[in-house]
Design a protein around this ligand. Structure first.
Ligand SMILES: [Fe+2]
Length: 396
């Protein structure tokens, strides 16, 4: 995040002695730990990116065992795609385990885009993605994202941004959960053009710092034992056993931490004539953007056409995940559907949608769009839920 946050106890100056309270220091003098808390720099882009400083009860390095590794590389079915697709997202099968429930659908060298329908909370082990920042969009379900930075409550409509390396668990209140996820190999930020030189959100931005859900309640577990952690690294899921509880942070501060943002807090930008997709932008990376389509008033020029014009996204593939409402530019689109419009060929409103939109005053649609700068490949799981006919949907 581009702004500072602190939680728990931290010493007045970084990289200085931070004594543990006398009672715990006495206890640890009999064990292997010293009388001080253990500082950890948690940074990105080497030492040049955003970072936080965390203070642990135990050393965060105490690996007891390195166990098995499982290859998580998606199985590709179509590597060179030149076909508009519609995937029926709610046909992705549910699974108990949070990680096993992830179904990769669209991938390239920059990201993995998929859906997940986890039935159970992740509490049996701890998880860390060391390859990617993660974006989770909650379509159904509510609960709590528990991390070593603190807990973030979530509900329908929330984005959760989890920087690479954040150790977390997730608790669901319900069994019918539906998530969109993106694993981004480059950091996920809020758009730079929304922020001033100092990082503050500008007045024209469609959201501001107050809309960001920062970690609150910090869990500090002073426990030793065997703690299983599954770490995704180089496309494999490695199982390691740590000798101390991963959530043993007494305090932290900095700029690099997980956070939430509700799509319901995205304030749409409208105009007299049709506004281009960048007005919907919510997040950016070096290799793709994420946009939020939300209910809004339509264009108010007396002769405006609210439906989008045909457009050639030559330099990007466009993925739209339909969340709720009546998506005005398409016919036969339902919740959970995903459309993929590959770069290189134009796409636009479905037949009749342009004419139908004229005179309409507002839309109630919710959708999440991911535009990638490099072409996407389809996995075997994507082909299993591909409707197979969407590419012909512009013919009357
Ligand atoms: Fe488009």
């Amino acid at each position: 995040m581009p702004f500072y946050h602190a939680l728990g106890q931290i010493p007045p100056k970084r990289h200085t002695q931070f004594p543990r309270p006398a009672d715990t220091a006495d206890k640890t003098s009999q064990g292997s730990d010293g009388p001080f808390y253990y500082e950890q720099l948690f940074g990105t882009i080497g030492f040049d990116g955003m970072s936080s400083l965390l203070y642990h009860v135990h050393r965060p390095t105490m690996v007891r065992e390195v166990l098995d590794s499982v290859d998580m590389t998606p199985t590709l079915a179509v590597q060179k795609n030149m076909m508009a697709r519609k995937l029926i997202g709610f046909n992705v099968p549910p699974a108990d385990d949070f990680i096993e429930s992830r179904v990769p659908l669209l991938v390239n060298n920059d990201l993995i885009f998929g859906l997940a329908a986890p039935r159970q909370s992740l509490t049996e082990y701890f998880y860390k993605n060391a390859d990617s920042d993660e974006l989770l969009f909650v379509h159904r379900g509510s609960g709590r994202l528990r991390t070593l930075f603190g807990t973030i409550p979530f509900q329908y409509g929330d984005y959760l941004i989890i920087p690479r390396g954040v150790i977390y668990q997730i608790e669901f209140d319900t069994a019918d959960n539906k998530l969109l996820y993106v694993e981004s190999h480059t950091p996920i930020y809020t758009p730079k053009r929304y922020r001033n030189h100092f990082g503050q959100m500008l007045e024209h931005a469609p959201f501001c710092e107050r809309d960001i859900i920062r970690p609150n309640v910090l869990e500090t577990h002073d426990e030793t034992g065997d703690f299983l952690m599954k770490i995704k690294k180089q496309g494999s899921l490695h199982s390691l056993v740590y000798a101390s509880h991963p959530f043993d942070v007494v305090g932290w501060d900095g700029y690099n931490y997980p956070y939430g943002f509700s799509i319901f807090n995205f304030e749409p930008i409208t105009g007299r004539v049709h506004q281009p997709p960048p007005v919907h932008q919510t997040f950016q990376t070096d290799s793709f953007v994420v946009c939020s389509f939300v209910p809004r008033l339509y264009d108010y020029h007396p002769q405006a056409i609210p439906a989008p014009y045909n457009h050639s996204n030559i330099d990007s593939d466009e993925v739209i995940y339909y969340v709720d409402g009546d998506f005005m530019s398409r016919n036969d689109i339902k919740q959970g559907h995903i459309t993929l419009h590959p770069g290189g060929i134009p796409h636009g409103p479905a037949p009749g949608a342009m004419e139908r939109s004229i005179g309409k005053k507002e839309t109630q649609e919710y959708a999440v769009m991911v535009d990638t700068f490099r072409p996407l490949m389809l996995t075997e799981q994507a082909m299993a839920i591909d409707d197979g006919t969407y590419y012909k949907s512009w013919i009357d």
